[in-house]
Design a protein around this ligand. Sequence first.
Ligand SMILES: Nc1nc2c(c(=O)[nH]1)N[C@H]1C(S)=C(S)[C@@H](COP(=O)(O)O)O[C@H]1N2
Ligand SMILES: [Mo]
Length: 386
Amino acid sequence: MNVTSRRRVLKGGLAAAGLGFLGLPEWTMPVLAQGETVVPFTDIPANFATNPSEVVRVLDIRTIAGALTPKDQFFTTQHYGHPAIDPAMFRLKISGLVERPRSMSLDDLKAMGKEDVVAGFECSGNGRGRIQGFASNGRFTGVPLRKILKEAGLKNDGHEVVFFGADHGEEETDFRQQKIKLDQAFGRSMPREHALGPDPLVAYAMNGEPLTKHQGAPLRLIVPGWYGVANVKWLSRIHVQRDPYMGKFQSRWYRTMYEQKIDGETVWNETAVTHMRLKSIVARVSKTGADCKVTGFVLNDGTPVRTVEVKIDNGPWQAAVVDSSNGKFSWKLFTYTWKGATAGEHTIVSRATDADGYVQPETADLASKKTFLEDNSQFPRKVMIA
Ligand SMILES: Nc1nc2c(c(=O)[nH]1)N[C@H]1C(S)=C(S)[C@@H](COP(=O)(O)O)O[C@H]1N2
Ligand SMILES: [Mo]
């Protein structure tokens, strides 16, 4: 089959999948093999939009074609829009409890080293509303954060490392009877131990190209294994301090409240959003002859993934094949061959289990979680077999 006729098959499959109205360019779709057709999902609302605004983009997970998400499909979001930055004037400042405060140009930074990490992340608010498309995977290149901090020399009492973006906005804070309005930069923090650990990266490139404005150009923090909010874009200041940082996006906007029962007593837990909870998602189904191929992805904090299983309708859990060739913090793509699918509507769901024995929960298992972030529940999909 030549390319043109294959494209026609692809288009036919997509039209059947109801993708036409999204106006997705044909090339963003994985090429189908000869005789392969897309099996349409019936659970995607007609108003599902991948481009709700200029500065927000949702990945259409049906288009996942490989480990790395292309830069113009990578999901994107932020709180204050995009700040204006002149790369020539740009400086990364290192301040606070350090021996040698710094103001570094991009070239200064690039001269410090170059490391790569393939890291997948999702927004902690990702979920069914966006058909799980607030998630992506990229190869990030930059300077390990620990190198930058060691060069600046953390003082002994520098326990907390705070990261500020160049973006800012006026925020109202309640303090007892007061309401305080302040213009503040987007800020996030982590304890010294994590900042000096092997994983966090100050990145200037993704998939071999400079970061785009959407991705935080010229510099962003990447905290592999943590939710998206940790990956501060337009990174412009690293500030070291003694006490825990309690900024809005650290301690108020991104937190999770859940009930724990301990010896029959209720203990309310309220934690900051940090490491990603284990999640697997069915992203795409296609059909060749009598066999269907179910493809999906797994995200977590880097704990090895032991199994991914797929369940069709009320059948048993069946092992899927997990591609773990992409390293600790990459998302892991999985496939499952569904044989003998009958015509009509079916439900497909996946669940992942990690090496610690943690099993991806069902929605009902998360009833004690009272806030909507960090929803890693199993996500049953509906498909229509022609
Ligand atoms: N400076 C800055 N960085 C930020 C944010 C922001 O509002 N400002 N939003 C965070 C959130 S909530 C997410 S999910 C990720 C999204 O990163 P992406 O646009 O590259 O997907 O950026 C994070 N970094
Ligand atoms: Mo987010």
